[in-house]
Design a binder for this molecule. Structure first.
Ligand SMILES: [Zn+2]
Length: 71
C-alpha cells in the first residue's frame, strides 16, 4: 500500500524538477569563449563562472564604471 507521504514526496519532487527546469530555461546565456567587450579569449575557468561574459580586465573596468554611475 502506498503511503500518502510517499505520494506527497513524489509530487513535491516532480514540482521541484519542473521548477528547476523552468528556471534554467529562463537563464540568460552564461559564460562565453570570448569577451563581449574586447573579443579576447576568456580563460576557461573564468568562463564557467556565472555571467563571466567579459575578460578580467574588462570586467574590472565595467565594475569601476558601474561604481561611478552608482554615486
Ligand atoms: Zn575584455
Amino acid at each position: 500500500m502506498t503511503d500518502i507521504a510517499d505520494v506527497a514526496n513524489d509530487i513535491t519532487e516532480h514540482q521541484i524538477k519542473v521548477a528547476l527546469a523552468n528556471h534554467q530555461a529562463n537563464q540568460p546565456k552564461r559564460g562565453g569563449i570570448y569577451c563581449d567587450d574586447c573579443g579576447e579569449a576568456i580563460p576557461p575557468l573564468r568562463a564557467t563562472l556565472v555571467n563571466a561574459i567579459r575578460c578580467i580586465e574588462c570586467q574590472r573596468a565595467f565594475e569601476a564604471k558601474a561604481r561611478l554611475r552608482g554615486k
